[in-house]
Unconditional design. Structure first.
Length: 113
């Protein structure tokens, strides 16, 4: 017996625009921006950039988990695409973190200005 669709997911072709993933992406970007603006004055500068990176990656994981339950469309912007954008932003921000910045953060030292 051949199993054609073992997971039970099918792709539905629709002509209607997918507005949900765009709203999720916009909301995630706004949430990170607001949290970063609020914690800018309370967190040290060494801890701010890694925490923004982690928050983007956590939101990407949440969006991809949500997208796992939704059928993906072929032509429209999907939840998988939104998770990919958030992951890409998180990786780029993670690449901007200096190694000395993390050493100071772990050691508990203050940056010398």
């Amino acid at each position: 017996m051949t199993i054609i669709n073992p997971v039970g997911r099918t792709r539905r072709r629709t002509s209607e625009p997918a507005i949900g993933p765009q709203l999720v992406l916009t909301g995630a970007l706004a949430a990170v921006l607001i949290v970063t603006a609020l914690f800018r004055h309370t967190m040290s500068n060494d801890a701010l950039l890694p925490s923004v990176c982690v928050s983007f990656l956590v939101l990407a994981a949440a969006v991809s988990a949500f997208g796992w339950t939704r059928p993906a469309s072929d032509l429209n912007f999907s939840y998988w695409d939104a998770a990919g954008v958030l992951t890409f932003i998180g990786i780029i921000i993670g690449a901007m973190v200096e190694p000395e910045q993390l050493v100071r953060l772990v050691a508990g030292e203050r940056p010398a200005n």
